[in-house]
Write a protein that binds this ligand. Structure first.
Ligand code: PAF
Length: 280
């Protein structure tokens, strides 16, 4: 696996592959890799000849009170994992390569950035949309793969790729889960052993609520019972809502495209998850 730290080096490598007729997949990450990320590389390998992964802890997507400083950075370990997964090129730009002096442009995806994560994390999706647009324009991949755990992020990236005529196919990758159902996330490392022991309840409560709603029960009653169950397990629930998977607007029942979304904190660690709700 090669490493590129500049856009010039990244493009030189990709240009050579393209000249040989290769199709390119990109897996943007912020590092602190887990098997969920490696499954994105695996999907990339199935869809293209070459896989480029990027690791860039994007300062623009962290709020003033968020965890940019303590976000785990483990470059050597991540590089080994990517090499083992069959990644061809690791793009590791320093902050100045992404946001050079005088940088002034923000990509903002109106509407989709408002509900759920957007309501609790103002400016977060502008940071995500800006860096993902830049990464896609730096590498010009044929395919780019993002995890479905961050469903709202995926919806926003699909929208910006269409709106800005970015010719990459945006592919969502299924959520990988720990044995107790907890969705894999770099932030799970922040959980204390006690918090980790209860964290699986997030998925199980979501799953039970999704199946109750599919069975025709009242959505408000089901969601308030699920919220109460999570609070009594020690979570502070930020949102728990049924919404359309594309527009992210609330829906009132188990219609096609309905999805249940949750964000809840255990201590200071914010966990998110989502599940489809099958129509009756
Ligand atoms: O999901 C992530 O890891 C990040 O939000 C992304 C897409 C790499 C942009 O920084």
């Amino acid at each position: 696996m090669d490493t590129a730290r500049t856009v010039v080096a990244l493009r030189a490598k990709i240009r050579a592959w393209r000249a040989a007729g290769d199709k390119i997949a990109m897996v943007p990450t912020m590092g602190a890799l887990h098997p969920g990320h490696l499954s994105l590389v695996e999907i990339g390998k199935r869809r293209a000849h070459r896989v480029v992964a990027s690791i860039f802890v994007n300062p623009k997507q962290f709020g003033a009170t968020e965890d940019l400083g303590r976000y785990p950075r483990q470059e050597a370990r991540d590089a080994e994992l990517l090499r083992g997964a069959g990644c061809d090129l690791l793009f590791l730009p320093p902050v100045e390569a992404v946001y050079p002096a005088g940088y002034a442009t923000t990509v903002s995806v109106g509407g989709l950035d408002r509900p759920m994560e957007g309501a609790s994390r103002p400016g977060h999706f502008d940071g995500v949309a800006t860096v993902v647009t830049k990464l896609l324009l730096m590498a010009f991949p044929d395919v780019a793969i993002f995890g479905e755990k961050d469903w709202q992020q995926l919806a926003i990236i699909r929208r910006l790729a269409i709106d800005l005529n970015i010719p990459a196919e945006i592919v969502g990758a299924p959520i990988l889960r720990e044995s107790d159902g907890l969705a894999m996330s770099s932030r799970n490392a922040y959980l204390s052993p006690q918090q980790r022991a209860v964290a699986g309840a997030l998925f199980h409560t979501l799953q039970a609520a999704a199946s109750t709603i599919s069975g025709g029960a009242s959505v408000p009653d089901t969601l308030s019972a699920a919220r109460a169950a999570l609070e009594s397990a020690g979570f502070r629930v930020d949102y728990l809502q049924l919404a359309d998977e594309a527009s992210l607007q609330p829906v009132s029942g188990p219609v096609a495209g309905a999805r249940l979304f949750v964000a809840a904190k255990l201590g200071t660690t914010r966990l998110i998850d989502n599940l489809p709700v099958m129509p009756r």
